[in-house]
Design a protein around this ligand. Structure first.
Ligand SMILES: *Cc1c(COP(=O)(O)O)cnc(C)c1O
Ligand SMILES: [Zn+2]
Length: 412
């Protein structure tokens, strides 16, 4: 890889050759891929980029893959960035955009990391990939592995929603539903990976995965014609996504493609916010209970806290916690004003933006991008519980008229 210098431990600074199956540093710290920005500057231009296929692989100069490694088969990335005029106005923001990453092939942002894992597993010559996941890393790995002809072993906590489990079973993964929380699920996956030597897709362990996730911010910048917003809001669990988002922005800044960096807005659930608590109290993070219906971010022991905390601090970021009620209200609000259906963790970023607007932290002078990280069809049970049931009627127009009148429904 001509564009990569090495991988460097974020804790002790030790450097490692960027081999395909790198994991964590000997000190336990997480590794970060370091690029040769002079080389990237020389080889990549905005014009070159504009002409390329619309997938996450379009900016290979900023990705840690060999030139000979093929693009993965599923179309991951280049999800739409919508300007949400009505929602922005309703919240009192200057401008608001929604990046709908639920439109990836297995319907979450995790596809970006899983496609990277598949590419690196192929470079490593591995035939089997494994991970533990709250659900989306699992289903995206199973799908991207299936498309590339690799086998997968997937560990999920027993509370994983049915939609995600259905995806896993359909993609033919070997699925282990662990009777315990996410932390216990992660621990069992680690033991199994150590025993059988499978390729490890656990995001905080494998330093390449947040490089895949960073493609979301590379795209946002390009879709905004390199004019960055003031803020970028995203939901946070393990912390790999927000760390990846920040890495992508810093990459673009380093090669001179953008000339300002947004402030990150880290949004977590009131019932599980160890990373936001560490920022708010300026203390090392401490484990928390996993007490939220936003299953994808119910992470009491964040695996990538180091990188996430660094990203939030470096960006002069804002942290905000939202209740499950606020999350489900944001789901409905995105649905009714934008036609975007996100899963609970997927809309948590937007719930945070809404709350910051109500608190007067954000307002008419601010521009914001909010990333919807997963699709609502993954968890229909919670959506139905919150949004209610449809009108139920036989084939009878009089009863229909009556039902409309009872609800005061305008029909023209
Ligand atoms: C995984 C996930 C997140 C959070 O990403 P982390 O890297 O765990 O912080 C947010 N939303 C959805 C839908 C996810 O699947
Ligand atoms: Zn180290």
């Amino acid at each position: 890889m001509k564009n990569v210098i090495h991988a460097k431990c974020v804790r002790c600074g030790k450097t490692y050759e960027a081999t395909p199956n790198l994991t964590t540093c000997a000190c336990g710290g997480i590794l970060d891929v370091v690029y040769d920005y002079d080389y990237v500057k020389k080889t990549l231009t905005k014009e070159k980029l504009a002409a390329r296929p619309r997938t996450m692989w379009r900016c290979r100069e900023l990705l840690p893959v060999e030139e000979t490694t093929p693009d993965t088969p599923l179309r991951v990335g280049w999800s739409p960035l919508y300007e949400a005029q009505r929602l922005g106005a309703q919240l009192g923001l200057g401008r608001l955009w929604i990046k709908d990453d639920g439109q990836n092939p297995t319907a979450s942002l995790k596809d970006r990391a899983s496609a990277m894992a598949v590419a690196k597993a192929q470079e490593a010559g591995a035939r089997i990939i494994a991970c533990s996941s709250t659900g989306n890393a699992a289903s995206s790995l199973a799908g991207n592995a299936a498309a590339a002809g690799l086998r997968s072993f997937i560990f999920v906590p027993e509370r994983a929603p049915k939609g995600k489990v259905a995806q896993l079973m359909t993609f033919g993964a070997n699925v282990i539903s662990v009777q315990g929380n996410y932390e216990e699920t992660f621990a069992l996956s680690k033991k199994a990976i150590d025993k059988w030597g499978w390729y490890n897709r656990n995001a905080a362990i494998n330093p390449y995965l947040s490089e895949g996730k960073k493609t979301v911010s590379l795209e946002i910048a390009e879709q905004l014609n390199w004019q960055m917003p003031d803020y970028l809001a995203i939901s946070v669990g393990d912390g790999c996504t927000i760390a990846g988002v920040w890495k992508g922005l810093k990459d673009l800044y380093a090669i001179g493609f953008i000339d300002s960096l947004p402030r990150l807005i880290s949004v977590q659930a009131e019932g599980c916010h160890p990373i936001n608590r560490a920022i708010a109290e300026n203390q090392p993070w401490q484990p928390m209970e996993e007490n939220t219906l936003a299953d994808s971010i119910a992470v009491g022991v964040p695996r990538n806290a180091d990188k996430a905390l660094m990203a939030i601090r470096e960006s002069n970021g804002i942290v905000v916690n939202v209740t499950d009620e606020e999350i489900m209200a944001a789901q409905k609000l995105l649905g009714t004003t934008c036609g975007v259906f996100g899963e609970p963790a997927g809309v948590t970023g937007t719930a945070g933006v809404k709350k910051l607007c109500a608190q007067g932290v954000l307002g008419a002078q601010d521009t914001v991008v909010s990333v919807v990280t997963g699709n609502g069809l993954k968890d229909v049970a919670n959506a139905i519980r919150f949004c209610g049931e449809p009108m139920k009627l036989p084939n009878d127009l009089d009863l229909l008229i009556e039902a409309f009148e009872r609800r005061g429904l305008k029909t023209e």
